[in-house]
Design a protein around this ligand. Structure first.
Ligand code: DGJ
Length: 698
């Protein structure tokens, strides 16, 4: 049993390794009593309710499951409402609770007003994840204003914790920062209209954790719009963690009979550091979040034309690229931007989702036919949520964008944002891409989004509802992708937003993979990919080899570049029409090697053995059943240091493993490889190695 109700007031949520214990105290306050390593004996919680009641006398320091603004709470709370008479707090009694299988609900009702909050919990016992979400219902006759309604809250007693999140911008996504939480609040928030690059919708709070040790508390939000994570040191008490839809410029008028549902948070605890956290999340994501098609299957090696042809797309050039790509062993050929009506630069075309007849006089069919003949699938780039002023769509429907009637509409990358709260717009987009996918043999879509939201007002919403648009827009995006997926279940979808601006567990529900960054510099990528892998599964990360286009003014050898890209789901973006034959042969050799390890890389257990952030080399090991793949990178030579000892992880001590290193074949035991380790010889600047280990029968 993953959920036990004890004495009608304790709810013990047990996964295989963790316990999360909730209690209803004598004031009817629902709070968290314990979150950590699994405790089996429920009787041990006898008396904890009395302690909770005492604590709740100072509600400020109580770790509530649903804290509301008001009363004697002076910290940030997880909800805020205003009733029509101006009263602005929620004082509840527990109305009922119910357990069925691995699900628990606790229903809270206001003691005076007709407002009900239902707390939902779902325990994924084997996966060591607990899902939380909430609904709020107005069962009265008057409107209630919802000003904040986060998805979940958590608390950790004690001090000395650190909080971790990502920061960054285009080309520099997934920069990781860890900061101590001594006092005050740390807020990670998006006001961009999507997840964006500045912060990411998750929380990680830990105490001196490293890859293998230390306590880590974490949670990811299943949402792709404006979000907020607040980590607050509540004096004399605990670290409070709140996560959900951002309350900035959010206001929902909850009408009589209406229910508002906040998105889910999937949370976990580990006392074995970050490796455990990352792999727990990755396994859970594959099993329960990602679309089923590709979740347990390695993604194909793709070719993408963006860095080769940019907007200068011509059918004949694309065919030449495809012919070369096929010879390399590429399995999916993708035209990026530039294939549709009038799209010769970024100032025109968005919105007109039909093929440019100047570039493709006979449509996409001849190219697709050739690509398929070459044994590859075909894919295209789209950017559904946007429109250029210079497009037929905008000329016909200037009211289909977000705009303030009295202000100039601001542009981002020369484009406006379509109003996805307007059902006509949603239907238009579904229609366009449904036609595109129905009329052409398209196996893959790269769905991009290249501007942040501004002037959030809509011709189909009333001014008093404008603050709901952020949320409704996200639902509009989900509706389009969800419908397309239903109608075209075999199509593979990749999410991109100016690189990694839409990497979150909300879009993971609908997309098979992410494009984490337009920065393809192989060394920058090692840092970015390592950070990314803390929260997101490796198979969800596309990584390409491209030409060196001067991003960092350095040139990195092919081997290092290929190995860096082979640490994720491999893609090729080099201009093959201008690549020498010898280099093409080399690329082919690496693609063959990749195919030999990709199942281990994309679906294996990940160990970040060494990091260039603190070590002289970067080493990443993937283990899947009897096989393991090890990538090692040296960015620059240190004089006198020729060998680097590396202790492997995740092998079976008593098994024997065969591998080739420096031209010699070795057989060693797991015990040796994990305890004594292997000596790696890397020389010069930008050297790297891939070692594949295979368990052998004794
Ligand atoms: C931004 C993306 O991040 C790029 O990969 C590329 O698809 C361009 N958009 C195309 O306009």
């Amino acid at each position: 049993m993953s959920i036990t109700v004890y004495q009608d007031k304790f709810f013990i949520l047990n996964t295989e390794k963790t316990s999360y214990v909730i209690c209803i105290d004598h004031h009817h306050l629902v709070s968290n009593v314990y979150w950590g390593k699994r405790i089996d004996r429920m009787e041990d919680f006898d008396g904890a309710d009395i302690l909770q009641t005492l604590k709740a006398n100072n509600v400020q320091t109580s770790i509530e499951e649903c804290s509301s603004f008001g009363g004697m709470r002076f910290k940030e709370t997880s909800m805020k409402v205003t009733f029509t008479d101006g009263v602005r707090d929620f004082r509840y009694k527990v109305k009922e609770h119910n357990v069925s299988d691995n699900k628990l609900i606790i229903v809270l009702e206001d003691i005076y007003y007709s407002l009900r909050v239902t707390l939902h919990y779902c325990v994924y016992e084997k996966e060591n994840i607990i899902e939380k979400w909430r609904e709020v219902e107005n069962f009265g006759n008057e409107n209630i204003i919802l000003e904040r309604f986060y998805s979940a809250e958590y608390g950790i007693e004690g001090t000395g914790f650190e909080t971790m999140n990502y920061s960054g911008h285009w080309g520099k996504e997934f920069q990781q920062s860890s900061e101590p939480i001594h006092s005050g609040k740390k807020v990670y928030e998006s006001l961009f209209g999507l997840t964006a690059h500045n912060a990411n919708p998750f929380f990680v709070v830990h105490k001196n954790a490293d890859e293998d040790t230390g306590e880590v508390y974490y949670g990811v939000l299943q949402y792709s719009g404006n979000f907020k994570t607040v980590v607050e040191a509540v004096p004399n008490g605990y670290v409070s963690i709140l996560i959900g839809i951002s309350d900035t410029d959010f206001e929902w008028i909850l009408k009589p009979g209406e229910i508002f549902k906040a998105p889910s948070v999937f949370s976990g605890y580990s006392n074995h550091g970050f490796t455990d956290m990352s792999n727990t999340l990755a396994l859970f994501a594959r099993k329960h979040i990602m679309p089923k098609n590709w979740a347990e299957k390695p993604l194909p090696v793709l070719y993408n034309s963006w860095y080769s042809t940019f907007f200068d797309v011509q059918c004949s050039d694309q065919i030449k690229l495809a012919e070369k790509a096929a010879k390399l062993g590429v399995e999916l050929f993708v035209i990026d931007d530039g294939w549709f009506e009038g799209r010769n630069n970024d100032k025109a075309g968005l919105g007109d989702w039909y093929v440019d007849r100047e570039k493709f006089p006979d449509g996409l069919a001849p190219l697709i036919k050739r690509v398929n003949e070459l044994g590859m699938e075909f894919g295209v780039w789209i950017e559904p949520e946007m429109v250029n002023a210079n497009s037929n769509l905008y000329k016909k429907h200037p009211d289909w964008i977000y705009r303030y009637h009295s202000r100039e509409v601001l542009m981002g990358r020369n484009q406006y944002m379509l109003d996805l709260t307007n059902p006509e717009v949603v239907e238009y987009l579904i229609g366009c891409f449904d036609t595109l996918l129905s009329e052409n043999n398209i196996a893959y879509i790269k769905w991009d989004m290249n501007r942040y939201a501004s002037e959030i007002a809509s011709s189909v919403q009333k001014p008093e509802d404008y603050k709901t648009i952020w949320y409704k827009n996200t639902q509009g995006v989900y509706k389009v992708i969800e419908t397309l997926r239903k109608r075209h279940p075999k199509v593979e979808f990749e999410a991109c937003a100016s690189g990694g601006g839409r990497v979150d567990y909300g879009s993971m529900t609908y997309f098979d993979e992410f494009w984490p960054s337009d920065n393809t510099d192989p060394l920058d990528r090692l840092f970015l990919q390592e950070n990314y892998s803390f929260i997101y599964p490796i198979k969800y990360m596309r990584a390409w080899l491209t030409d060196d286009f001067g991003m960092n003014n350095r040139s990195i050898p092919l081997k290092f570049s290929m190995h860096s890209a082979m640490c994720g789901s491999l893609g090729i973006g080099t201009n093959l029409n201008e690549t020498e034959e010898e280099k093409l042969l080399q690329i082919k050799k690496y693609i063959d090697e990749y195919k030999n390890v990709r199942e281990i890389v994309q679906l294996g257990y990940l160990y970040r053995l060494k990091s260039l952030k603190k070590d002289e080399i970067q080493a990443i090991q993937y283990v899947k059943e009897d096989n393991s793949a090890l990538f090692i990178f040296l960015d620059h030579e240190r004089y006198g240091k020729k060998f680097h000892r590396l202790k492997l992880k995740g092998l079976n001590s008593s098994s024997l493993y065969r591998y080739e290193l420096n031209g010699t074949e070795w057989t060693k035991s797991g015990a040796f490889l994990m305890n004594m380790g292997i000596e790696i010889k890397l020389l010069g600047d930008y050297d790297s190695l891939l070692v594949r280990l295979e368990k052998i029968e004794i």
